[in-house]
Design a protein around this ligand. Structure first.
Ligand code: ACO
Ligand code: ZN
Length: 315
């Protein structure tokens, strides 16, 4: 493989052919130089290998082993939604992970990882609704050893699958892994515009889900022993919960919890002790919490079910 970054400049690639779709490339990606003159490449939807023509792709499809058995280990399966997640080690499946990064780069402006995949784990979402094959939908990568608190390095949903909740699912998945590791996490920066939009939406939703449980589900109220009191305005309720609690419940680092609380206008300051000391409080409007929560529940998009994850952290 040619690692020369000039490939990126010379690349004339405009589209990819993927599972009967022609998808526009948003950015350039350093595919090997022999593909530089192609305006289209043909990508196997199972193993992500790239080909010059539909003929060579079709020849490959007759024998692609990833069709029925993707690389790595299946750690999540939702048989109703027909989706599944595989954990793939960049050290053990170098070629697949490089193919994945080259494909992802077509939709990412800033991230520069293509060939040095060994330090990463890849969590790949597949659609198996056809029942006979696994098709790539999206993924995120995560550094195996990191001291920085990042729980996600790079995320991408193929454009043909975007705005259907898969990005949200993958983000939720990354925080579920953090919770299983008893860690708090945050995505690697900088975020792309779409990354930022998706995370802002997720952080808000994630906090709302926890507050909803506390306000409306008796079991959780008892479990966390939180006091809920009515204040003057009957529309408002004050919950005794800290930012620490919310971080532990969501797996989100403090800054991201605070960001979500600010978006929800839930973080307020008030004067304490004869108005000498400024204190912070969290205020939630139950009507709004219920409305945001039920809107999310009603969305037809796929939701993460914690019970389906069979996974233990790498030691
Ligand atoms: N316009 C406005 N809001 C958007 C858009 C958009 N195009 N895309 C996502 N959002 C917001 C919305 O709030 C959306 O919720 P809604 O559809 O209910 O309104 C929410 O994000 C989540 O949308 P999903 O459907 O769950 O996410 P999707 O599957 O589309 O994937 C992703 C999001 C992964 C960021 C996708 O847009 C993508 O692959 N983009 C290209 C690669 C990229 O930029 N990755 C992030 C880089 S940063 C990083 O890796 C750390
Ligand atoms: Zn293949």
């Amino acid at each position: 493989l040619n690692k020369n970054s000039n490939n990126i400049l010379n690349c004339k690639l405009k589209y990819i052919h993927f599972d009967n779709y022609e998808i526009d490339a948003w950015y350039k990606s350093p595919y090997p130089s022999q593909y530089n003159n192609n305006s289209i490449i043909f990508i196997c939807p199972h193993c992500l290998t790239y080909f010059n023509s539909s003929f060579t792709l079709n020849q490959h499809l007759t024998k692609c082993s990833f069709k029925t058995q993707p690389a790595g280990r299946e750690i999540y399966r939702d048989s109703k939604e027909n989706i599944s997640v595989f954990e793939i080690d960049g050290r053990k499946n170098v070629i697949f992970c490089q193919n994945l990064c080259l494909l992802a780069k077509l939709f990412l402006n800033s991230k520069t990882l293509y060939y040095d995949v060994e330090p990463f784990m890849f969590y790949v979402l597949y659609d198996f609704s056809s029942l006979t094959s696994f098709k790539f939908v999206g993924y995120f990568s995560k550094e195996k050893l990191n001291s920085t608190g990042y729980n996600l390095s790079c995320i991408m949903t193929l454009p043909i699958y975007q705005r259907r909740g898969f990005g949200n699912f993958l983000i939720d998945f990354s925080y579920l892994l953090s919770k299983r590791e008893f860690k708090l996490g945050t995505p690697e920066k900088p975020l792309s515009d779409l990354g930022l939009l998706s995370y802002r939406n997720y952080w808000k939703l994630s906090v709302i889900r926890e507050i909803y449980k506390l306000l409306f589900k008796t079991d959780d109220k008892l479990k966390f022993n939180k006091v809920i009191t009515n204040v003057k305005d009957s529309q408002l309720k004050e919950i005794n919960i800290s930012i620490d609690d919310l971080s532990n419940l969501t797996g989100m680092c403090h800054n991201d919890v605070i960001f979500a609380l600010e978006q929800l206008h839930s973080l307020i300051t008030y004067k304490y002790d004869d108005k000498k000391i400024n204190k912070f409080a969290l205020i939630f409007n139950p009507t709004l919490v219920k409305q945001l929560y039920t809107t999310w529940v009603k969305k037809t998009s796929v939701k993460l079910n914690n019970d389906y994850l069979i996974w233990k952290p790498i030691i």
